[in-house]
Design a binder for this molecule. Structure first.
Ligand code: PHB
Length: 314
């Protein structure tokens, strides 16, 4: 839930009353931004498990990010789309930090390659009725619609509307990042088959590490799914652990201690960029397909290696 003032009050309580040394979490960008002055002043290392607008890590020296940024995954999406012969696109994003980053990243990359953006639609965060947006997209008759909405219910409602409004049959290819979230994928059903997105993690990522993670997750939480939140928290916890191990009670040195750190994640090889404190990682092009049990998954088929946050000046 987007609630910057509530988040700030809770963080204040944790830092001042409970005297916590580290913070971790933060799904929504506005919530993360709201605590930046607090963690800067109190020198509290804070690991962002999700919030994905590039600028956040610039707002405090105490931020480290183990999720992704919209620039990081959108540039590869735009490049891939161009390579497929997609020449025209409409952009449709949720109108706040990550959506605005996604819009800019897609437009900049796609136009530089020679593509044409026919319309850019900014949708309110609270919207649940996407019918009118589908009509506006259809009217432009683009080759593709590039989309960003927060993963989970908003993305689900948008994709459902895309399917129900016959957008695919109208020849409008869906392009996105985290909209095929594993927690809602099954509910989209076969209509999702073939949808292509670019992202840093798929629950179906093929590696021993991810297979072991999936097994343990299923044992602990039967019927759950591995998704972006799993990867962000898995690595966020790893970074918190390493910081505490390296510096003990002197948390002021904690962020420095993990700059440049590299490890193997459930998403593949990753490292922390010493300049931006943001995670450098592979970006995968994936397509919704069925696994051997008939379950819908994001099947990775192309890898762009070692991508930094392309939205931050180095
Ligand atoms: C964000 O607010 O930064 C955010 C939230 C949900 C996502 C991605 C980014 O799926």
């Amino acid at each position: 839930m987007v609630n910057p003032s509530g988040t700030k009050a809770l963080a204040q309580e944790l830092i001042i009353s409970d005297k916590v040394d580290y913070l971790g979490g933060f799904v929504f960008t506005p919530n993360a931004l709201a605590v930046a002055p607090l963690i800067q002043k109190a020198k509290v290392p804070t690991v962002l498990f999700n919030a994905a607008t590039s600028i956040i890590v610039k707002k405090s020296d105490y931020y480290v990010r183990t999720s992704f940024s919209l620039w990081q995954v959108t540039v590869p999406m735009a490049e891939w789309a161009w390579k497929q012969g997609i020449k025209t696109a409409v952009i449709a994003v949720t109108d706040y930090g990550p959506g605005n980053d996604a819009e800019k990243a897609f437009r900049t990359t796609f136009e530089k390659l020679g593509g044409e953006v026919l319309d850019a639609i900014r949708m309110p965060l609270q919207t649940t009725d996407f019918g009118p947006f589908m009509q506006r997209i259809k009217d432009k008759n683009p080759n593709a619609v590039f989309v960003f909405l927060p993963a989970g219910p908003p993305s689900f409602a948008f994709v459902k509307s895309y399917n129900e409004n016959g957008m695919k049959d109208a020849g409008i290819t869906f392009l996105g990042t985290g909209e095929m979230d594993e927690t809602t994928l099954e509910a989209l059903g076969d209509a999702a088959l073939g949808i292509t997105t670019a992202y840093h993690y798929s629950g179906a990522h093929q590696s021993d590490k991810n297979n072991a993670f999936n097994k343990t997750r299923e044992k602990l939480f039967p019927g759950s799914a591995s998704n972006l939140a799993s990867a962000g928290a898995y690595d966020g916890t790893h970074v918190l652990y390493q910081m505490i191990k390296a510096v003990g009670s002197d948390r002021t040195k904690a962020v420095d201690s993990v700059k440049g750190m590299a490890w193997e994640s459930i998403r593949g090889p990753v490292s922390l960029d010493p300049d931006t404190r943001h995670i450098t990682q592979n970006v995968y092009i994936r397509r919704v397909a069925k696994d051997e049990n008939g379950k819908l998954i994001n099947k990775e088929f192309e890898t762009i290696e070692s991508v930094p946050d392309l939205g931050l000046p180095k």
